[in-house]
Design a protein. Structure first.
Length: 364
């Protein structure tokens, strides 16, 4: 049984009614909005509008209009959307509703980057928040992995493990690439909350990992953690002032640590689990997700409340990645990808098992 999450009285969702408009697109708009709101888990879609929030979408000439009305009948907002299609407009409308109701960014307009060997070799892909619109980004057969997508979804960083071994940054709108590091065997990457800085754990010799930080747009990385111990899996705190990472002790037991973004003030993070690694800090809440190695080699995802120092299990799986709302996690499980509600434990398949997924990253 999951413990309640501190300060989350809306974990089970507020009721909202979707008022279907008129015209040939009314059904599609209502269905798309219903789907996006249900997946948010912040709201419960109900039939009766009496005493509940109300959302209505109507079409115009080249745009749609989304209107949210409060339970007291007062209009909360009315906005025009012209993102190119009804599904995209309704996803933006849904995210605007979540911001108005929960004061959190929604996930309906987010993008997911993931590494998969579905083609027979490891490549980087992108998809929508629900697993739709999958497209391959890398196609060179260079054993690409460790994707990290910037919070705004414009920049994608990844590693090419094939010799000579490079950390590459790709500007998605233009297709232009920059090389941040060469001569690496492997790398693990994470964008800062603001999207300007990139933390990179670099393996330059077998088993020798150090962490560097740099400006993702200027093509340089500066080492900040260079001890003899392998420092891996960097992740940023919500304010961008600290970096979480994991370290193996001489006995091979992993533990999570934190340091300033300059590599100073190193301290252990008390996760409450004996073997914790692959941390990821939520941008929207003081929460840290991590993988825990349990009995019989079972991998579980746990969440640590940094305010109370209490941790709880939320899912089986590995490599958690927070969404923009600080509520949902991507979890790699059996070669697939699931979206887990960290407040309730509910989960939905994003990419089915055995899809060859090894790592994932989510826009925030």
């Amino acid at each position: 049984m999951l413990a309640p999450v501190r300060g989350q009285s809306t974990a089970q969702g507020q009721p909202i009614t979707i008022i279907k408009g008129q015209g040939g697109s009314a059904d599609q708009m209502a269905n798309e909005l219903d789907r996006a709101l249900r997946r948010s888990h912040w709201l419960v879609v109900v039939a009766s509008p009496t005493g509940n929030l109300q959302a209505q979408a109507t079409t115009g000439s080249g745009f749609t209009t989304g209107t949210l009305t409060g339970a007291n009948g007062r209009r909360l907002f009315s906005r025009k959307y012209s993102r190119g299609s009804i599904p995209l407009d309704m996803r933006q409308f849904a995210d605007d509703i979540i911001m108005a109701v929960a004061q959190r960014r929604g996930i309906a307009t987010s993008q997911i980057a993931f590494a998969s060997s579905r083609s027979g070799r490891s490549e980087i892909y992108l998809c929508d928040y629900d697993g739709g619109n999958v497209r391959m980004v890398t196609k060179g057969g260079k054993n690409c992995g460790s994707p990290a997508i910037s919070p705004n979804g414009r920049i994608l960083a990844y590693v090419e493990r094939a010799a000579p071994g490079r950390v590459v940054v790709l500007d998605l709108p233009s297709g232009m690439t920059k090389v941040l590091a060469e001569g690496v065997l492997n790398a693990e990457l994470a964008f800062s909350p603001g999207g300007k800085s990139l933390a990179a754990a670099l393996e330059r010799a077998p088993g020798q990992w150090d962490i560097a930080v740099g400006d993702a747009t200027k093509g340089s990385l500066t080492p900040i953690l260079t001890s003899a111990a392998p420092e891996r899996n960097p992740a940023w705190s919500s304010d961008g002032k600290e970096i979480y990472f994991d370290v193996l002790n001489p006995a091979g037991v992993p533990a999570v640590f934190a340091a300033s973004s300059k590599g100073a003030n190193i301290r252990p993070v008390p996760t409450g689990r004996p073997k914790a690694f692959r941390p990821d800090g939520a941008k929207a809440a003081p929460l840290l997700a991590f993988t825990s190695l349990e009995g019989a080699g079972r991998l579980e995802v746990w969440v640590l409340d940094l305010g109370t120092s209490q941790s709880r299990r939320v899912a089986t799986g590995d490599d958690p990645s927070w969404g923009a709302d600080g509520r949902h996690l991507l979890v790699v499980s059996n070669g697939g990808l699931r979206c887990v509600d960290a407040f309730t434990g509910r989960s939905e398949d994003i990419l089915v098992a055995n899809a060859g997924v090894t790592q994932a990253s989510w826009t925030r």
